[in-house]
Design a protein. Sequence first.
Length: 381
Amino acid sequence: MTEPINERRIGYCTNVHAGTDLSSMLQTLGRCASLIQVELAEDAPLPVGLWLSRQSLDDARRQTPERLRESLEDMNVQVFTLNGFPYGNFHDDRVKHNVYQPDWSRPERLRYTIDLADLLVDLVPAGTSAGISTLPIGWSDLDDTRVDEAVINLQRAVDHLVMIESRTGCCLHLDLEPEPGCLLQRSDDVVDLFENRLLTSGREDDVRRHLRVCHDVCHASVMFESQQDVIANYDSAGIGIGKIQVSTALEARGEDEASMERLRLFAEPRWLHQVSIRNQQGITFYEDLEEALEEESISGDDCWRVHFHVPVHRDRIESLHTTQDDLKQAIELLASRPEITEWEVETYAWSALPETPGLEELAAGIADEIRWTRRHVEAAS
């Protein structure tokens, strides 16, 4: 089998943009992408990780692949990966736990992912590889029966990706994205799923080739997993890293008296903001920042890490810290690996920041994130 040859891509994920249907999504993407390109002062196509809700995907399927590809080419963007995590309206007034539905035990999740793969193969250059990030099975309350059903559906997805490669020569991979509070929230959980469920079917080569992990750096930071340990766990188990989601979490420290008041400004109603609090007693986990603020007060040696994707080029948000040092470590460990070509900046929560940017400010901020990421990846390569 001829191995695909890919060049490294550093772009941003379009789940930062609202748009329940394809037309509104493309309109917003086109306006923002053109502003980003002006900020970057570049003529080359802007790499993007495209997010399509189920409705947007249905809209795309009602037209020819060429039409969508031409629309993207007209706005001078190049799709290099898909974000297949949010299925519904990711910018609804209240999303919270709904973002994990349907989970991988449901046929709707399998159908959505297969449809994404059929679209992606028509958007990327022939003979290359590309990934689709997806949710880590579901929220942590799934019982064993539904986990078994999820594994069957993942294996069916692998079968479809094998068929696509045999037909087109494109190696598409599905990248499970561990997240705090989910069934897969730590690298150990991913390793356990592979070794005890996914690799027991006798089709190890296909599973390892087409089922990988999306390493969202922010998520590991919230769980207080060191980047070195996460990567070592995947390496020792032979699990490929299909995509890096370049991201940082919000961090508050006990010695800062203003931390609690600043954190309250980030307790917004749309998305779930999981919290891990580490101190001398250990680590305490809360499903959402609102709950943590009701139950706890920050003091002493506390370190709070909040699943709130903040701009990656900033190491401080006023008096609060970010986990930028973890991101730098991940880049240093992974940038020199030729097989890791997908680097997707995924700061989707710009609109939930205490000071929400306008479109021009958003584009400038995303351009700053891309420049920062390029600089650090190139220095570590």
